[in-house]
Design a protein around this ligand. Structure first.
Ligand SMILES: [Zn+2]
Length: 738
């Protein structure tokens, strides 16, 4: 196009105090136009002060050859539906013919009833696939017309705190004028869609001096004919707004000043450990939730303030924030200095009852004849003075994003209250976003939740063998998996494998271990109660509670040539195989009881428990005791927790219980020919083949076979089964239970 750069001058980081300047021409100049858009999007999205996770979108209009005719055509690449600017790749962008997009205006205009929230407006979304350039499968977002109809080549639409603050305060129009000195226009709140796109086009055309618009209650959109200029304009506008706000910051007087004193870190952690499982149980009455604890000085300043209850009631503003944080958070007016834990719990219980009632009232007052049914009425954000912010979501990623968005909302309120007075999104508008039929259709298209979704599964022994295979199996079914092992490196290695497969999820919130992804690795010595307790404390802080515990940790000490173990070895065998499982169950019990949610415990015993033989007396009797432990625990932990036993037969594959010496001693015992020079794995295979021949099904028993049973026993498939032992042994008739 040969357009002249519109840059004011060469910008650099020192021009900005409130945003990170990241443009590098050396990088950008190597890229094609689509990659330049990807690059610009990534560096915009990398700064939370520029936009929130998953929020905002970017576009570039360019000339490209038509794949059929070879003719030069105008095409817009625009961030498509889903995904996140920070992590977007080329394939996250939709591509559409400009000519066809413009032709849509004719269809829209021809409708008798048009405008925001009309049938034709929603119907236009279904027309975007007709405009797709080069068979790009990425779905176009509802913001597509906001980009398409602005008569400039590059458009950035961001959700920066400083712009939302202006957009969400009482004097939004006057402040836009004052801060941006007429360079930026204002468009009132409207649900994004075709009509808003047309309004923006009209504003941009009627005001050629406009470089962008503040979008009421929502954010910022700005444009330029050069991509670097567009990026720099975005940063300049955000910086300008942020400086204006900073000069008016109320400091100690923010949010009406402090009402409650903060707790010490230690007091807060103890309180959270006691509170989180109870709270998880209370909010999970319809659907289980995973928690994220978010505690920063800024969050604490808000929850401890005089104005927190008033501002919390107003709800959030930017539709992105609002969709996660719901119409409003639950603020609990508890005095951390003068009230005790029981007062907190009863205030939370009462607060939740009120919250659900308010939610129902909101739903009934705002619903349309064709609105989807009311969704889960529980809050996703809970604010407690002295403690901080606790967010809930269907998975870790969602709860982290929710915590992020509410902490951003706090910053929006801080800024809006500094320069004017904050106002939330009008209730009906919030409803029309939350229960938008297009949003509902998106939910309906989502695949059904997996078997262990919304569950926290603690696998003890996850560093190797059956435990590791079980951790993988549970993660595949959507579980949040806590990989626990005596060997912390092995636990972390399994967790790292799972994170490598399933990712960290999105969102940047969470304090300490609560900032984790769907998997963590922890160490614990199950023979030591304090160690087990500390492990569960970490799990509570990470996710808010536990659902399923699977113990695969066990020990087999090969006997001497005379078939004996020493007294200390006997003790160790019982300590790990019996007492260890008991300590795990006993420590999990109080968490399960506080939650009051259904869960399960699987203990790994052995078919040896039922087959008497020579040479493994300590091991076999410990496993017989473990079988009975299953039955006793099933009675003690009922009705909430099902307890079942998995009784593997000798799984030789990759098992830490089959070190080379044991393999050799077994091969010797069974008179199987082998050579000392053979690799351990080859010796294991020989032994596995021998064992297979002793079974009814004649096939080696694998780790995956065991993991499958451990996983199944943790699911609804076995909802009516407790106190039972399941052998996965290929069929050993000597081990048949009677
Ligand atoms: Zn937006």
């Amino acid at each position: 196009m040969g357009k002249e750069r519109q840059r004011i001058n060469d910008m650099k980081q020192s021009d900005f105090n409130h945003v990170t300047y990241s443009w590098d021409d050396d990088v950008a100049s190597q890229l094609d136009p689509v990659e330049r858009l990807r690059y610009r999007s990534n560096i915009l999205g990398a700064d939370q002060r520029i936009t929130n996770t998953g929020g905002g979108n970017t576009s570039s209009k360019m000339t490209l050859p038509d794949p059929l005719t070879g003719e030069e055509v105008r095409v817009m690449y625009v961030k498509g539906s889903g995904g996140d600017l920070r992590t977007s790749k080329r394939e996250n962008f939709a591509s559409l013919y400009m000519e066809k997009l413009n032709a849509l205006k004719g269809i829209y205009d021809a409708a008798e009833v048009k405008g925001v929230k009309t049938e034709i407006e929603d119907a236009m979304v279904a027309m975007y696939p007709h405009c797709v350039y080069n068979l790009n499968p990425r779905a176009s977002s509802i913001d597509t017309p906001l980009h398409a109809f602005i008569p400039f080549d590059h458009v950035d639409h961001m959700h920066p705190i400083s712009a939302i603050a202006i957009a969400a305060c009482r004097d939004q129009v006057a402040l836009t004028e004052e801060i941006f000195e007429g360079e930026i226009g204002y468009v009132g709140w409207q649900r994004p869609g075709f009509d808003l796109g047309l309004q923006m086009e009209a504003l941009a055309k009627a005001n050629p001096h406009f470089k962008g618009l503040i979008m009421g209650q929502h954010g910022l959109i700005n444009w330029a004919d050069d991509d670097r200029a567009c990026y720099e304009l975005t940063l300049t506008l955000i910086e300008k707004a942020a400086r204006y706000i900073e000069q008016r910051d109320r400091g100690e007087k923010t949010f009406g000043g402090r009402k409650y004193q903060p707790l010490s870190d230690r007091e807060r952690e103890d309180l959270l450990l006691a509170l989180l499982p109870t709270l998880r149980g209370l909010v999970s009455q319809q659907n289980k939730f995973i928690g994220t604890v978010h505690i920063t000085d800024r969050v604490l300043q808000f929850v401890n303030s005089h104005d927190a209850p008033r501002l919390a009631e107003l709800g959030t503003s930017c539709p992105d924030h609002f969709l996660r944080t719901k119409i409003k958070p639950l603020y609990v007016g508890w005095d951390p200095q003068n009230e005790d834990f029981h007062a907190l719990v009863s205030k939370l219980e009462a607060g939740l009852v009120q919250y659900r009632e308010d939610y129902r009232t909101y739903y009934e007052a705002c619903k349309h004849p064709n609105s989807p049914a009311m969704r889960d009425p529980n809050p996703t954000v809970i604010l407690i003075p002295g403690v901080g912010l606790i967010a809930w979501g269907k998975n870790k990623s969602e709860s982290r994003v929710t915590a992020e968005f509410y902490s951003l909302s706090i910053e929006v309120m801080r800024a809006a209250e500094a320069i004017s007075a904050y106002q939330g999104l009008p209730r009906q508008e919030a409803f029309d976003i939350e229960y938008w039929l297009l949003e509902e259709a998106k939910l309906q298209r989502m695949p059904p939740e997996k078997d262990l979704a919304r569950n926290v599964v603690v696998v003890i022994g996850a560093g190797s063998g059956i435990g590791k295979a079980t951790a993988h199996r549970a993660a595949r079914e959507g579980a949040h998996v806590v990989c626990v092992d005596l060997n912390s490196e092995a636990a972390e290695a399994t967790a790292a494998e799972l994170t490598g497969i399933y990712g960290m999820g999105i969102g940047v919130a969470g304090t300490g271990i609560s900032a984790s992804g769907p998997t963590i690795g922890l160490s614990a010595d199950i023979t030591n109660r304090d160690s087990v307790r500390e492990m569960f404390r970490q799990v509570i802080l990470a996710y808010g509670g536990i659902d399923n515990v699977i113990v695969t940790a066990g020990v087999f000490i090969p006997p001497s040539k005379e078939g004996k173990v020493t007294d200390p070895q006997w003790d160790l065998t019982f300590n790990v195989n019996v007492k260890g499982s008991y300590l795990v169950a006993d420590e999990a019990r109080s968490i399960w009881q506080a939650q009051g949610l259904q869960g399960s415990l699987v203990l790994t015993t052995s078919v040896n428990a039922a087959v008497a033989k020579k040479g493994s007396m300590a091991y076999d009797t410990s496993k017989a005791a473990a079988n009975h432990l299953v039955r006793e625990l099933a009675i003690e932990l009922s009705p909430l927790i099902r307890v079942n036993g998995l009784a593997p037969a000798t799984v030789v594959e990759g098992s830490s219980m089959f070190p080379r010496e044991r393999v050799i001693s077994s091969l010797t015992k069974y008179n199987i020919a082998f050579d000392e020079s053979e690799e351990t794995e080859a010796l294991r295979n020989k032994l596995a083949a021998f064992y297979a021949q002793r079974t009814l099904t004649k096939a080696p028993i694998t780790l995956a076979d065991q993991a499958e049973m451990a996983y199944l026993l943790s699911t609804k498939a076995f909802a009516k089964t407790t106190g039972q032992i399941f052998s996965v042994d290929g069929g050993l008739h000597e081990a048949f239970l009677r």
